[in-house]
Design a protein around this ligand. Structure first.
Ligand SMILES: O=C(O)CCC(=O)C(=O)O
Length: 289
């Protein structure tokens, strides 16, 4: 599935798209499973958290930051902006209200666990010569029709920092066709070679604010980005330092995706200042067992 040429392209460009990684049936079974998770969703009003990639918004919502910070070993729900009325009731059907579910589907939902640890995934990490890969997080992203918000330009290592850099890789799998109209990913080719410009840090225990950023994202111009549309079942491999974004969904068609991040744990230090920390309940699981 991943030829030497495609692997070389990944290391050189910072991302690569592989069509047909999953079959349509495999995608449908993951979608059915997520529909059940959404159906069973019961989030207390005070924990209803609207998700934003805007830095000032993230730092403002201290009340819900703890819900996010403790979601690494759980299945938690993050909503689109503007879906609640002033009483905290949903203005849209609940299956249309979510921005994403995170961050431990790979451990807690069997259909997602099977895929994340599947021979197909291992074939990719072996081809990329990873020695001791571990799974650090997973998310199901909805990009809802009309209201699915943009994801602003970022590098994943801003949030998942390692020493040395170059140890984080995202698997992003389209559960539906992803196009420029419904909010596909966009990349700056080769941008993974310039290090990172910003980090998100968790405060030491007992200190506030719970999260802060150091450094700044550069001001990228739109024409530096190349779109990466893929069909349902297509995989995009994302280098931890490549600059990428996704547009808002301006169409009537949703753009679901399942994504998880893998770290080469051999000779790597996971930062204790990262928002996401392994827990006694869920240490980062090894991919090769
Ligand atoms: O799915 C999206 O729209 C954005 C995903 C992304 O940028 C990420 O997971 O780092």
């Amino acid at each position: 599935m991943l030829t030497d040429q495609v692997a070389a392209e990944f290391w050189n460009v910072g991302y690569v798209a592989i069509e047909g990684f999953l079959t349509v049936e495999e995608c449908d079974s993951l979608r059915e499973q997520i529909a059940k998770v959404v159906d069973d969703m019961d989030v207390p009003k005070h924990l209803q958290t609207e998700f934003s990639t805007d830095e000032s918004e993230q730092l403002k919502t201290q009340g819900s930051t703890d819900y996010f910070l403790t979601s690494g070993d759980k299945i938690r729900f993050f909503f689109e902006k503007g879906v609640f009325d002033s009483k905290g009731d949903l203005l849209v059907p609940k299956e249309k209200s979510l921005n994403k579910i995170g961050h431990a589907l790979h451990a807690l939902e069997p259909t997602f666990k099977n895929l994340t640890c599947s021979p197909k995934v291992k074939e990719v990490t072996q081809k990329l010569d990873l020695q001791e890969p571990v799974i650090v997080q997973s998310m199901y992203i909805f990009k809802q029709p009309r209201i699915g918000g943009e994801v602003t330009p970022h590098q994943d290592a801003t949030f998942l920092y390692t020493e040395p850099l170059g140890r984080i890789m995202g698997f992003w799998i389209a559960m539906e066709d992803a196009t420029e109209n419904n909010g596909c990913l966009w990349f700056i080719p080769g941008s993974h070679k310039a290090g990172i410009s910003r980090r998100m840090l968790r405060a030491p225990k007992g200190e506030y604010p719970l999260l802060k950023f150091i450094g700044q994202e550069h001001n990228y111009s739109d024409d530096e980005f190349i779109s990466a549309p893929v069909k349902k079942g297509g995989l995009i491999l994302i280098h931890g330092e490549v600059v990428h974004k996704s547009g808002s969904n301006t169409s009537d068609q949703s753009r679901h995706a399942y994504t998880f991040h893998i770290m080469e744990s051999k000779d790597t230090k996971w930062s204790e200042e990262n928002w996401l920390q392994p827990t006694p309940e869920l240490p980062f699981p090894l991919l090769y067992t």
